[in-house]
Each structure stands twice: as C-alpha cells, then as structure tokens.
Design a protein around this ligand. Sequence first.
Ligand code: SF4
Length: 374
Amino acid sequence: MEPIHRNPTRRVLAGGVVIGGGAPISVQSMCATPTRDVEATTGQVQAMRGAGADLVRVAVDSAADARALGEIHERSGADLVVDLQEHYRLAEKVAPHVAKLRYNPGHLHHHERRRPMRDKVAWLAEVASAHDCALRVGVNCGSVAPEYSERFPGDSVAAMVACALDHAEMLDDLGFRNFVVSLKDSDPDKVVEGNERFAGERPDVPLHLGVTEAGLLPDGEIKTRIAFEKLLAQGIGDTIRVSLTLPNERKREEIEVGRRILDDVANGRFRSVPRLTGLNIVSCPSCSRVENDRFVELAERVRDLTRYAEGHDVTIAVMGCRVNGPGETDDADLGLWCGPRYVNLKRGTEKLGHFGYDEILPVLEAELNKLIGA
Ligand code: SF4
C-alpha cells in the first residue's frame, strides 16, 4: 500500500500508538457491550484488535464501569480510549488504564457550570499528564456549547470549528500538547467543511476523522467514504473511526471498513460519491449506553419500512440511547431514540411522544406520510 500524503501534524502518543507526525493513519472503533461486563467487553476489544484496530474506545458512565476497565485493560493488553461524555470527573479513575481520554466540550460545559471551562480543561490535562495519556477534544455539531451556537446562529459548522479552535488554544496555553481534535457530524459535507476549516487554521494539530451515526451498511460505508476520501486526499486526517450500526458480533466490521477505505485512498481507488439527496436514514453505531438490544433491529426495520419514500429529501435519525439521542436528532426531519421500554419520537425539534417497540413503526409511517404529502 502506498503511504497517503499527509499534512505535517504534531506527533501525539497514545500508549503504543503514534498519531500524526507522519505515522501511519491509525484505525479505531468503540465497544458496544456494557463496559461492566468484563467478559463480553474484553471479547469485543480482542475481536477488534484481531481485525486490525490500533485503539479501542469504551464508554465509562459509572464507578462500576471504571473498575471493570482495569480488568479489561489487563486481560486484553490493548491501548484503550475512554469516552468521558457525561462524567468527566471519572477521568482520575480511568486514566491509569487508558492511552487516551476523550472529552466533549459541549458536555463539559453542562457539568459544574459555575466552574470556568478553563479550570475543567486544566484539570483534565493534569490528569492526562500524570498518567501519560493523550486527550481528544471531541466536538460534535449536534452538541456544541450554547455560547457557540449563539455566536454563530444557523451555522453549526462555524460553531463547531470555533469551539475546537478555542480548546486547542486553551490546551496549548496550559502547556499540554499531547492532544488530537475531532469535528464530527452525521452529514459528511459538514464533516468535510469543519475539518477543512480547522486544518486551515491549525495545520499542526492531528485530526481524528469520523462521521457520526453513519448508520447501516452499505449506506453507512458510503457516507463515511464521502467524507474520508475528500479529506484524506488533501492530507487531512491522522486517525479514523467508522461508525456503523451493527450487532455486537459484527462490530469488528467497522475496523475492516476503515482499513478498506484507507487502502482504496492510498491506491487511488476513489468510488463515485453519491450526493445525499433523497431519503437519508441516519443511525448511531450503538455503544454500552444502549438500554434495549432491539435497537439495531429497529434501525433495520425503519430503513425497510421507509423505502417507499426514497424519492423525497427526508432525513430520519435513529439513536440508541437517551443520553445523546435527544440532541443528536435535532437536525433530522424525524428523530427516534431508544429507552429501556419505549422509543421516543420527534418531528424536527418537537417531541411527539414515546411508543412501545411494537407500536413505533406505524406512528413513524404516519408522520412520514404527512411530511411527504402521501
Ligand atoms: S447515540 Fe447513544 S447509544 Fe448511540 S453511540 Fe451515541 S451514546 Fe452510544
């Protein structure tokens, strides 16, 4: 495989994996098993490593998850990454066991609101330094802090880029340089624009590329390719994650798809890039936050049910949990997110109610028909 031409970014060290600085583009994914289930999570980490994962991310939402992490690390020997979305204070407990910590500035904003953002970031940088961890500033278009959406009304990409630039500058000022940045959305065009703009301002900072909630195969791979081909061809991107809605036993395919895209780009094999007009079904890759394992089946049934609307420009988002579902569905025409017993439904930003897993599809169909005038 030919090496892909790369922008000269800084060298970031995450355990045994070098990101940026000319190192090969690393591939990572995220476990969807409950983290406290050590057996299942270790199995999934190993399956991903077997498929060629350089880093494997797990979610930690409780002290029990944090305790399990130590054992998962010991048993798997993998370079792990932890997503601190809702519980940044757990960083201290998980840092000894991981190579990288990811924080989402939007979520950090909502925790300990009286504490200045810079203090929270400084604390995270201190914890990361003490344990030789890297950090990822993971900005998502769907969850930027309100100050940025207010500064850039109607321009979610500008809000995302401004937030990422501020955090990169903050970490630099704090003397912490072992960090990467990601700017993600479920719309590949926004991912391309956001990463191009950030790389234009900060060509030195390594970038983690990803299209969130890319959804089911084959569309999920196509959407991801659209973004990755355009960015990698410009030398943008130092590590990648492909997010697909897959059952647990097939999660390793995220790594296989990622490696395939890198191989194609390196060898000049660019696929035709379809425009995202028509019906667009967005669904998340699932993770340990899913509370009902009927989520993947629901995403598949939504895709099958809605095929008749293919000629219409409609986006339907299907999310696995109550943590990110409400926010991440905001840009969809119809949004669904799963709870333990009910599926929540909204049209645009208006909540329509929650319905049993066996009741939701006819309600969705009726709403879709109203949208397309059927
Ligand atoms: S939407 Fe929820 S379940 Fe899906 S990947 Fe994101 S955090 Fe996990």
